[in-house]
Each structure stands twice: as C-alpha cells, then as structure tokens.
Design a protein around this ligand. Structure first.
Ligand code: NAD
Ligand code: 6OD
Length: 496
C-alpha cells in the first residue's frame, strides 16, 4: 500500500497531518499501535503535543483566511466529490488500514466502513448546494420597506474528536459536512485507530484540498492532543463522538470561550420484539444489533425485551445465532465476528461478564473468551454472550458494556415494553419488531430515543436527523441538521 505513514522496520508509522504535510511531533514522543487480532505491532504513532496542536490551529485559521475561505459552494462540492472518488479509488488501502487497526472482518468493513467513508463526502456536497436560506420582506413606517435574507457562514475551526469503533465512518460523518460548509477541521482520531484519518490526509492533498483545511493530530485525551485541542481558544466548535463521561469533560473545556458542541455519546439501547413479529427477520435483525462489529456499535442492542408467548423460542434462536458466529482472521472466509478493539476493552467487557454471573444470571450462550489457535491467542477475543434472569437493576442492564452481549427479558403488555425500554439514562436508538403497523407508530412515538427503527436496525438514510436523547448526546447531525451545527446564520437586513 502506498501510505502517508512511513514504513520503518516493516511496520506502519502514523505521522500528524498539518498544513498538507506529514509532521512528526517535536517531542519525538510516539505510542504503539497494536493489532487487536494477535497483538502484533502495527506501527508507531507520533503523539502530537502543544506545538503540533498550535501549528494545526494556525494552519486551519490560515486556510479560512486564504483560498479555502474564498471558494464558492460549487467548487467546494466538486472537491468533496473528488475526495469521495479518491477514497473509492484507494478502497483497498483504506480497507487494509481500517482492518489492521480494528481487526473487524473484511466482509463488514468493505460493506460498511469504507463505502460510508466515501458517501459521507458526497451527501453533504449535495446538501449544501440544495438547501435554501430564509427571505422575509417587511414594511417600514416610511412605506419603502425592507428585506431580510439569511447567509450561512462557516463556524471556523472545528475540532473533530473521534472514537475507535467505526473510525473512518464516524470521522468523515463530521468532516464531510464541516468542509461542505466551508470550515477547516482538526481531527483527533482515537489512539486505537490512527490509520485511516492519516491516510485521508493523502487523499485531501491529492485532490487539491488547500493546505490547512484538513489536519490530523494524534494522541490521547487528558494531558494529550485531545485535551490540548478541545481547550485551544482558536477552536470555534467541537464535534465529538464517544463515551458520555468524555463528553462531559469536553463540555467543560468548551465552556471556556462559550464554544458550541455537537455530541454523539453512549447508549444502552433496547430491542423490543412483539409476538406478532416476523420471527426470522427479528432474529436476524436483533442478531445484527447485538453482535455486529463485535457489539461495538453505539446503536447496538444490549437489552432485549421479548413478548412472553415467543420468549423461549426467541432465546433458543438467538443462542443459535450467537453460537454460529465464528471468530477468526478478518480476511478469512467464514469469519463471523472479530475481536474487541484492545485487551483493555476486553478486560472491561469481561468484568461485566463476571458481574452478570455474580448477580445470578443464567448464561444462555458464551460468557468467556474463545480458545484461539497460535498467535491469535494473544488477541482481544470474546465470546458472543446472552443472559437471562437478571433484575432490571443489574449493572449489565443499566450500564453500557460495548461488547457482543445482551440480556433478554420477557414482557406481557405494550405498556410494560415501553416502560422497560425507556427506563435508562440513555436515549440513542431502539429497534422494534412487529407486523402491527398501528402498534409500530404508537410505540415509536413513545420511545425516548433519537432513532427508532421498526423491523430494521442501522438502516441509514444520510439525510435524516441522527443523534441521541437524554445522556446519549446533544444536537442532531445528518442532512440539513448538520448545517445547523457547522454553520451560523447571519441575517442581512436591507432598508429599501
Ligand atoms: P472515548 O470517549 O473513550 O474516546 C473518544 C475520543 O475522545 C478518543 O479520541 C479519545 O482520545 C478522546 N478523549 C478522551 N478523553 C478526552 C478528553 N478529556 N478531552 C478530549 N478528548 C478526549 O470513546 P471510545 O472508547 O473511543 O468509543 C466508545 C464510546 O463511544 C462508547 O461509549 C460508544 O457508545 C460511543 N459512541 C457513540 C456514538 C454515537 O453516535 N452516539 C458512535 C460511536 C461511539
Ligand atoms: O451512521 C451514522 O451516521 C453514525 N453516526 C453511526 C454511528 C454508529 C455508532 O457506533
């Protein structure tokens, strides 16, 4: 792969990307990027310090004041289309980088992560060209009148702080609209997944995106690039995807200078399965919602409520689904599930597996670490796991685990199902399975979430509002909703 990251001793090393140049931190500090599959060293990552964050902010500001700030919407859209095309042209490079960092099956990354990375540029290139602004004409005492129109102007320098679960998809979901709206961005990828954000630097430069428009600083959160960036007064707004507790820390940083935030945070999502569902479709859908990406999807289901008449049959069928998912190398045909992102995350998920046992759960499937051959034994593997029999107060029912696991509980009435689904501090997504259309509308209106899927899960139309209620987020992104965060409206009032 021709890569923005330099190849040293057979490993891939990631540099920061500032002002269209790959830059190694002045401090010389690096951290390791290791494969979740077998813990092998993928490469060293240059950890940005204050000087690199300063340089990135300066580069971004210069871009806004330079050619980028003067480019009209049509030209910006053309460039974003070119970015999407170039991602597709280098599809295999992105795929290889994403799979190396995450260990996820190639079959998943090639259908979800990389195509969405490209689509996220095209959709917002189209949105900015097609969204009208406001116009009001008014009367004035002198009879001549006045007119008002609203201009959409970019917010300025946007810090984009990203998680590791869908690295390219979630990063471009924010970079696409931010650039479409004329901002400059500084991306801080997760320390676990630095590669695709780095590679995107090559793409930006190749297609002619001006220097300073897209910057990448690598590092951690507190006491590192994440904190330096979010505290920097030259950053005008912060868009963040990650844990609710991190969102809270970033919000405190954003309070200094009263900067805007857009947050996509954690979840403890419910799946609700009514007895009148299409049973096989529900098993397939809930199976994906629980186990896809090894359960590391913010929209994933960790609490499943099933109407009592089909409860036993549902538990048996989902158990079969869990046990059919074979762990293996990302590129191997037949791999149904990858590893968790890291050993640290594996320890966290296993601590919940232990808590479930301690609290008296019936372990229907999984519950531990699969036995893996050879060097794979060093990877962060985990068994897809299903529990029943826990009280709703149990930690595994209340707290986000972010692993391939769920608790299944029976319910008797629609009222009870809605109450159970809503009994959480989070409010990101729900998936409801029923063939009764009236019931579907009724339940969707009552579930306290940002996204309610009926007879589907993670089915995305990128024009729709995406985000979380309660502790799952602040604001909505997607289609025109992204423009609300990435632009400001300036009213121009002209006295005639
Ligand atoms: P995380 O919050 O640990 O880290 C996310 C990013 O924030 C990383 O880049 C990290 O380095 C950075 N960071 C950490 N502390 C920081 C600080 N004090 N200041 C600035 N930056 C800081 O999240 P994660 O473990 O990478 O991702 C998993 C979490 O993300 C889960 O909770 C999941 O639900 C959530 N998530 C939510 C959505 C959504 O759309 N709602 C999508 C994906 C993931
Ligand atoms: O599809 C999206 O746009 C999106 N933001 C998905 C988030 C998935 C969370 O893991």
């Amino acid at each position: 792969m021709s890569h923005s990251v330099t190849q040293i001793n057979g490993t891939w090393d990631c540099a920061n990307f500032i002002g269209n140049e790959f830059v190694v931190a002045q401090s010389g500090k690096t951290f390791e990027n290791r494969s979740p599959v077998d813990h092998r060293l993928i490469g060293q990552v240059s950890e940005a310090g204050q000087p690199e964050v300063e340089a990135a902010v300066r580069a971004a500001r210069a871009a806004l004041e330079g050619p980028w700030g003067k480019l009209d919407i049509a030209k910006r859209s053309e460039l974003l289309y070119a970015v999407g095309d170039e991602i597709n042209r280098r599809f295999d490079d992105f795929l290889q980088a994403e799979v190396a960092d995450t260990g996820k099956p190639v079959s998943l990354a090639s259908h979800l992560d990389i195509p969405r990375g490209a689509a996220n540029f095209r959709i917002f290139a189209d949105v900015v060209k097609n969204v009208p602004s406001e116009f009001f004409s008014m009367s004035t005492p002198d009879g001549a009148g006045a007119i008002n129109y609203a201009l959409r102007v970019p917010k300025g320098v946007i810090a984009v702080i990203c998680p590791w679960n869908l690295p390219l998809l979630l990063m471009t979901w924010k970079v696409g609209p931010a650039l479409a709206c004329g901002n400059a961005v500084i991306v801080k990828p997760s320390e676990e997944t630095p590669s695709t954000a780095t590679l995107l630097g090559e793409v930006m430069k190749k297609v002619g995106v001006p220097a300073g428009v897209y910057n990448v600083v690598h590092g951690f959160g507190p006491g590192s690039a994440g904190e330096y960036l979010t505290r920097h007064p030259g950053v005008n707004a912060i868009t963040f995807t990650g844990e609710t507790a991190t969102g809270s820390a970033i919000m405190k940083a954003a309070a200094e200078g009263v900067r805007g935030v857009s947050f996509e945070l954690g979840g403890k999502n419910a799946g609700v399965v009514f007895a009148d569902c299409d049973f096989q479709a529900a098993i397939e859908g809930i199976g994906r919602a629980v186990f896809a990406n090894c359960g590391q999807v913010c929209l994933g289901t960790e609490r499943v409520y099933v109407e009592r008449p089909i409860f036993d049959r549902f538990v048996t069928a989902l158990k079969a689904k869990a046990e059919s998912l074979k762990p293996g190398r990302p590129e191997a045909t037949g791999t149904g599930i990858g590893p968790l992102i890291s050993r640290e995350h594996q320890r966290k998920v296993l601590s919940y597996y232990q808590k479930a046992k301690d609290e008296g759960a019936h372990v229907v499937a999984g519950g531990g670490v699969p036995s893996m051959p050879g060097e794979l034994a060093d990877g962060a593997w985990i068994e897809p796991t299903i529990w029943t029999g826990l009280p709703e107060t149990s930690a595994v029912i209340r707290e986000e685990i972010f692993g391939p696991c769920c608790h299944i509980a029976p319910f008797d009435t629609e009222e009870e199902a809605v109450r159970l689904a809503n009994d959480t501090a989070y409010g990101l997504a729900t998936t409801v399975w029923t063939t009764n259309l009236t019931r579907a509308h009724r339940v969707a209106a009552r579930i306290e979430v940002g996204i309610c899927w009926i007879n589907s899960w993670f089915l995305r139309d990128l024009r729709t509002p995406f985000g979380g209620s309660k502790q799952s987020g602040i604001g909505r992104e997607g289609g025109v909703h992204s423009l609300e965060f990435y632009t400001e409206l300036r009213n121009v009032c002209i006295k005639l």
